[in-house]
Write a protein that binds this ligand. Structure first.
Ligand SMILES: C[S@@+](CC[C@H](N)C(=O)[O-])C[C@H]1O[C@@H](n2cnc3c(N)ncnc32)[C@H](O)[C@@H]1O
Length: 221
């Protein structure tokens, strides 16, 4: 199966073209509905938005009181997102740190974040490795929230037209998250609103306050 590589060059070109042609339309995109439903009840603290893109989720989190570290490897997407935050005012802009980084290697500071989100990011290496890297940033009691577009027909499991994409999956998250250290609050394939495009794998996990990972984090403190 061939297709685009979804690497930095791909995303920078895509964002640069999309934002030069339709920045106004992009600015109107609402934050992700899975995120707003699952995270609305959490007490705001420090969050990471890994693969923040045009910044809709970062801005939503900041507007709801979160301090956000927002990471992406597209300079154009970050510039757009930063200007949206500045337009939203000093309070919101002041809650966000924008980081240009590659999630293939970038990892959050271990155990420092109350929330790590990573939505619709294509994964070049192993899904389990990416989940583990994002999970490493979550503090005891904190939340990991990931969503991946899974290009499979929910009825038959057959591939859809977007089948060359690798994003987070329920199986990958379950394999990566030690049940002694993580409570899987949601681990579910949900049908996408556009028929025929597959499902969204939605993962919401809470790091337990005790367990082997807590011991590892204690060692890092
Ligand atoms: C499909 S967009 C999703 C953007 C946003 N999370 C959302 O849900 O609307 C994927 C984003 O992840 C970024 N991205 C993909 N792979 C990345 C990587 N290895 N490192 C950093 N950013 C990456 C892309 O630049 C793009 O902005």
């Amino acid at each position: 199966m061939t297709g685009p590589k979804f690497d930095q060059d791909f995303w920078e070109r895509l964002w640069s073209k999309t934002l030069s042609e339709q920045a106004g339309k992009v600015a109107l995109r609402p934050p992700n509905a899975h995120l707003t439903a699952e995270v609305a009840g959490l007490v705001p603290g420090h969050a990471v938005d890994a693969g923040c893109g045009h910044g809709a989720e970062t801005l939503w989190l900041a507007a709801h009181g979160w301090q956000v570290t927002a990471v992406d490897f597209s300079a154009s997407a970050l510039a757009h997102a930063r200007s949206m935050a500045e337009a939203a005012g000093d309070v919101i802009a002041g809650r966000i740190e924008w980081v240009e980084g590659d999630l293939g290697t970038w990892a959050p500071d271990p155990g420092q974040f109350d929330l790590v989100i990573c939505l619709y990011v294509h994964i070049a290496g192993s899904v389990e490795g990416m989940v583990a890297r994002m999970a490493s940033g979550v503090a005891p009691g904190g939340t990991l929230f990931m969503v991946g577009h899974r290009p499979i027909d929910p009825g038959t499991g057959a591939p859809t037209a977007a089948a060359n994409q690798v994003q987070v999956s329920v199986e990958g998250a379950v394999a990566a998250l030690d049940p002694d250290a993580w409570e899987l609050v949601v681990a579910q394939d949900r049908p996408r609103s556009a028929a025929g495009t597959g499902v969204d794998a939605v993962i919401r996990a809470r790091r337990r306050n005790t367990g082997p990972h807590q011991n590892q984090l204690d060692g890092l403190a």
